[in-house]
Ligand binder design. Sequence first.
Ligand SMILES: [Zn+2]
Ligand SMILES: [Zn+2]
Ligand SMILES: [Zn+2]
Ligand SMILES: [Zn+2]
Ligand SMILES: [Zn+2]
Length: 182
Amino acid sequence: MRIPAKIRLLGGRFLCGVNLHAGQWQYEKESRCGQVRECSRCRKTTRRTRHEWGDPEYRLEGSCKLRRTCQRCRETDLMDEEEHKWGPLLIGVGKTPCETVRTCDRCGEEERGEPQHRTDSWEYLRENECDQRAVCGRCPEKGYEKREYHIWKEFEIGPDGRAQRVCARCGEIQRKEESSSF
Ligand SMILES: [Zn+2]
Ligand SMILES: [Zn+2]
Ligand SMILES: [Zn+2]
Ligand SMILES: [Zn+2]
Ligand SMILES: [Zn+2]
């Protein structure tokens, strides 16, 4: 579809009015990052700075702080991010036996990971219900994992003529479906 020239012009004027000019940005000087653009519609000149950042690199030995350098003007940008080189997650070195800690090989910073419990048993939360919580055999933590654990009786034929089994603890009934595999 062709847009009539008059509408195109009005649309362009609107865009220029809100500082959305048209045309190509060009660097003004060698080894400098200032760019200039002359609008192809209204001829207004605008300027901006566009660096060509190189890859991040470490600032100092023994530190994980990063910097990057502009490939055009050599300006240096001290970046907020850090990039640690984490060693393996170790267990048994923290305050509690299941805590895990990893250490950065460069700066020595320590970070705690998810605890790794050793589940020795499960306990029911309530009488006549089948929700269980994990009990760690190495530290006092409980309930970091949950499950449902029914005590199924033998299958028997239910009132609808299909096989079913009942949980001896909570009374839940499970019906045998054609497609299921138990
Ligand atoms: Zn313009
Ligand atoms: Zn630059
Ligand atoms: Zn580090
Ligand atoms: Zn534990
Ligand atoms: Zn149950």
